[in-house]
Write a protein that binds this ligand. Structure first.
Ligand SMILES: [Zn+2]
Ligand SMILES: [Zn+2]
Length: 426
C-alpha cells in the first residue's frame, strides 16, 4: 500500500517537473562548445542597434546551413527563420536580441571588444554590455538542436533574431515594434513566444521568473511650463515657471505616493532634466522638464498617465501659468501570461531543478520583448550568468559587465525544451 502510494507520488512529482528529453539534452551538450565560440566571436565584433550587419550575416549563414527557411532584413537587420516539425501543429516563436551598446569594455577577457564607432557624432567604444551576444549564440544553438530533432516538433518553431532592443538611433524605427509591423509574428501565425535575458547578478544554473508584469512599461514625458518673464527682484510682476516646475514635480510624486496601489506593483515617476532661465536676476518665461514613468500593472499605468495629464496643466493654472505634457511610449509592460507561465514552469523546473527556478520580484527596467507579448501570450525569464567566484557582479550596461559562459548551456536546454513541450501540450 505504502509502496503504491510512494510510486504514485513520484509519478505526480514527475508530471509536475517535466524532465528534459535525453536526446535534446545530448544535442544541447554537443552544441555547447560551438555556442561559446559563437558568443566569443559576436562579443569581439559587437554592433550597435540597427547596425548589426555582420552579426546578422553570421546568424543567417548558420540558419541556412541548418536548412531553415530564412528571411533576412526584417526590421532592417533582423532575421526570422522557420523550422517545420514532422507533425502539424501550433507555431511557437523563440526570440533573441542581437545589438550591442556604446560602452567601452573594461572586462579582462581574451575576446574583449576593442571596436570603436561613431554614435551621435561622438567616437565611442562598442561592447555587448547587456549580454545580447549570449542570447544570439544560445538561440543559434537552439536552432541547431531542434533542426536535428524535427521528429519531436509537433508544429512550427519560428526563430526571431531581433535588432535594436536597446532602442534605434534617434529618428529611426527599429526593434520588436518594427519586426511586428513587418510581419514577424505572421505567416505562420505565432501562438506563443518565449525569450530570455542573461543576468550578470544571478548565479549560473539558476533561473528567475515572475508571472504578470516582470519588467516595466517605459514612458518618456516632456513638460513645458509657461510663465511671464520679469525682473528677479519683482516676482509679483510676472509668473515664475521655475516655481511652477517645483510644484509640478512635487505633485507628480503624490500620484505615486498617494494614488497608486503600491502593494500591487511598483511604480516610478522620475524627472530627469529641468531646463530654464539664463541668469540670477531674471525670472524666465518658460521651463522644460523631461522624465520617465515606469509601471508594471496595466490598470496602474492607465491611472498614472491620466492623472499626470490632469495634474500638470491644473497645477500650472493654480499659479497663474500654463503647462503642457506629452507622453511617449518607449516599451510596453513585459507581461508574462500567467496561464502560459503555469503551463511551462514544470519544463524549467525539470531542466534546472526545482530549487534553481526562483520566483523573482519585478524590475523597473524596460524590455521591448513586451511588444511581442502585447500581440501573443509570452514568457520572458532571466538566466543566471554570474560565476560562483564573483562576489559583486558588475551591472548591465557598465564597462566591467561580465558573463560566465558556463551559464549558456542551460539557456539552450530550456529554450529547446520549452518549444517542444509547448507544441506538444494539449
Ligand atoms: Zn540592455
Ligand atoms: Zn538587454
Amino acid at each position: 500500500m505504502k509502496k503504491i502510494l510512494l510510486v504514485s507520488l513520484i509519478a505526480i512529482a514527475n508530471l509536475h517537473a517535466q524532465q528534459i528529453d535525453p536526446k535534446i539534452k545530448a544535442a544541447a551538450e554537443a552544441v555547447e562548445q560551438k555556442v561559446i565560440e559563437w558568443r566569443r566571436d559576436i562579443h569581439q565584433n559587437p554592433e550597435l542597434s540597427n547596425r548589426e550587419f555582420n552579426t546578422a550575416k553570421k546568424i543567417a549563414k548558420h540558419l541556412k546551413g541548418l536548412g531553415l527557411e530564412v528571411q533576412e532584413n526584417v526590421a532592417k537587420t533582423g532575421i526570422v527563420a522557420v523550422l517545420k516539425g514532422k507533425k502539424a501543429g501550433k507555431t511557437v516563436a523563440l526570440r533573441a536580441d542581437i545589438d550591442a551598446l556604446p560602452v567601452t569594455e573594461r572586462a579582462d577577457v581574451p575576446f574583449k571588444s576593442t571596436v570603436k564607432t561613431e554614435f551621435l557624432n561622438e567616437k565611442v567604444g562598442v561592447s555587448h554590455a547587456c549580454g545580447h551576444d549570449t542570447h544570439t549564440a544560445i538561440l543559434m544553438g537552439v536552432a541547431e538542436v531542434l533542426s536535428k530533432h524535427k521528429e519531436k516538433i509537433r508544429g512550427t518553431v519560428k526563430f526571431i533574431f531581433q535588432p535594436a532592443e536597446e532602442g534605434p538611433p534617434p529618428g529611426e524605427e527599429g526593434g520588436a515594434k518594427l519586426m511586428i509591423k513587418e510581419g514577424a509574428l505572421k505567416n505562420p501565425d505565432v501562438d506563443a513566444i518565449f525569450g530570455l535575458h542573461i543576468n550578470s547578478g544571478t548565479p549560473i544554473g539558476k533561473i528567475r521568473y515572475k508571472p504578470g508584469g516582470t519588467m516595466a512599461a517605459v514612458e518618456r514625458f516632456v513638460i513645458n511650463v509657461k510663465g511671464k518673464q520679469t525682473h528677479g527682484s519683482a516676482p509679483w510682476s510676472g509668473v515664475d515657471p521655475v516655481l511652477i516646475s517645483a510644484k509640478i514635480i512635487d505633485g507628480l510624486q503624490t500620484i505615486i505616493s498617494r494614488e497608486s496601489q503600491l502593494t500591487k506593483e511598483a511604480a516610478v515617476i522620475t524627472v530627469g532634466k529641468i531646463t530654464s532661465g539664463v541668469r540670477f536676476n531674471i525670472i524666465p518665461e518658460s521651463a522644460e522638464m523631461i522624465g520617465t514613468v515606469r509601471t508594471l500593472d496595466p490598470g496602474m499605468k492607465a491611472l498614472i498617465l491620466r492623472r499626470m495629464r490632469e495634474m500638470v496643466p491644473a497645477i500650472a493654472k493654480a499659479y497663474g501659468g500654463t503647462a503642457t505634457i506629452e507622453i511617449q511610449n518607449n516599451t510596453a509592460i513585459t507581461y508574462n501570461d500567467p496561464a502560459l507561465v503555469a503551463k511551462m514552469l514544470p519544463t524549467l523546473q525539470g531542466i534546472a531543478g526545482k530549487d534553481n527556478v526562483l520566483l523573482a520580484k519585478a524590475t523597473t527596467g524596460g524590455e521591448d520583448f513586451s511588444y511581442f507579448q502585447e500581440e501573443v501570450p509570452g514568457f520572458y525569464f532571466f538566466l543566471g550568468g554570474k560565476s560562483p567566484d564573483t562576489k559583486v557582479a558588475p551591472a548591465h550596461h557598465t564597462p566591467d559587465f561580465y558573463i560566465d559562459e558556463r551559464g549558456l548551456l542551460l539557456g539552450v536546454k530550456t529554450m529547446s525544451q520549452l518549444a517542444i513541450d509547448y507544441l506538444n501540450a494539449k
